[in-house]
Design a protein. Sequence first.
Length: 125
Amino acid sequence: MQAINTNQAPPAIGPYSQAVLSNGVLYISGQLGIDPVSGNMAEGFEQQANLVFANLKAILEAAGMSFRNVVKASVFLLDMNNFAALNEIYARNFSSPFPAREAVQVARLPRDGEVEISLIAMRES
């Protein structure tokens, strides 16, 4: 197992890696809408969601991958009323065939974020 870390995404806010690579499979920890430079949470759902995808992209790139390698996404929303906005932002980052996904509403996210997304990606064989 190899830890994948980049300063282009926020550091882990607990005892975990940004991502780990094992047998060609990349497991990316949940990313929040935190600016990696300032360390501040973005304001509002859309700004946070855009930063989440920027952070995910940075981690994928650090592992030599892209959104095309993603096979599974897990989405955690503070408010399911943001589901349509999420889908718009999501569709700008992924293309067909889209990865498998679930989206669930949660009671609270770390640092009072509005959205958190984790990914599983595979190296092309």
